[in-house]
Design a protein around this ligand. Sequence first.
Ligand SMILES: NC(=O)c1ccc[n+]([C@@H]2O[C@H](COP(=O)([O-])OP(=O)(O)OC[C@H]3O[C@@H](n4cnc5c(N)ncnc54)[C@H](OP(=O)(O)O)[C@@H]3O)[C@@H](O)[C@H]2O)c1
Length: 309
Amino acid sequence: MAPTVQIIALVAVGNLGKYVCEALIADIRYDVVKGHSLSPKYRVAYILTGTYQKRDWFSERNIHTEESDYSESSIRAILDASGASTLVSFLQAADTLYLDLHRAWLAACLQSKSCKRFIPSEWAGNVDDYPQLPKFYAESRLPFRRILQETAGIEWTLFNCGWLMDYFLPQHLTRMPAEPDTFPIDPNAWHACIRGSGDELQSWTQTKDVAAAVGELLAAPSWEPTTYVTGQWGTFNEAIRLLEAHYGREFEKTYKTAEEIKGAVDDNLDLWMVSGAAACPREKTLSQRDRYFRHINFATLDDMLKGID
Ligand SMILES: NC(=O)c1ccc[n+]([C@@H]2O[C@H](COP(=O)([O-])OP(=O)(O)OC[C@H]3O[C@@H](n4cnc5c(N)ncnc54)[C@H](OP(=O)(O)O)[C@@H]3O)[C@@H](O)[C@H]2O)c1
């Protein structure tokens, strides 16, 4: 019997979402481009707002798109019209906007005829052991996770990857916009602001590997409530030493102590990175690598740097 074709819908496709688009284009199981000649098991419908720049990115690649104002009724109509079985969110929004839109999209899934799988926009660190970090997630993602836990009739997973490893790259080598005030290493200005001791454990994953892992997970028959991938566990001090050796150049360094971070009003991810919350839980991550992602060779930082030489 021919496999039933599943339709995947992606919503709020920005920087990270575009990497996922590229990974799905490269994966022959997915039909992303209009008129694709293969017979894939999964098709992808992209859900967008009407910004012209974004439409250009997709139309240049001949990718299926739909427009939406992100309301519950609009998303539900698109899910029903496309027959989507899965909705994946990449929304980057704070506080109530994150919560309101994700509630609307969950309701749209529940009311739709076909969409019974949902990946909300998480894409961060260890949410099992540090659900309150980063602090600003406690007002947006934490309440939404509680809603998911109390909701029947839909399968969901919180997908997390630690830091995107691309932040170690100069801007011209990644689509992720540089975060010099947030990420401790600024590879463009060649400056490092070490938070805490710099020896606190982190995890990082190259963005293209995160994207490939999403493709694997979408094809998996069942999910766990949290899903983790990690290219490498390490510390920022180790990363600095590796980068300095690789480029033959020392970073200009400044420091922010753990006491300063704990006493600060603004969070800025500092507490998240010095508390261990940015490191995905090793045992679960490795067990899920074996279960879902054994076809992916996750790059270490060293692999990524050697790959761009
Ligand atoms: N682990 C890490 O190191 C790391 C790094 C970066 C991002 N992330 C996470 O990955 C996810 C995606 O990040 P990204 O960099 O891809 O995000 P992004 O490109 O900045 O935004 C994603 C989409 O969110 C929608 N959006 C943004 N602001 C909005 C607003 N005010 N109202 C309505 N929609 C809004 C936009 O969709 P439309 O244009 O279609 O409306 C945008 O394309 C987020 O959850 C982010 O926190 C994690």
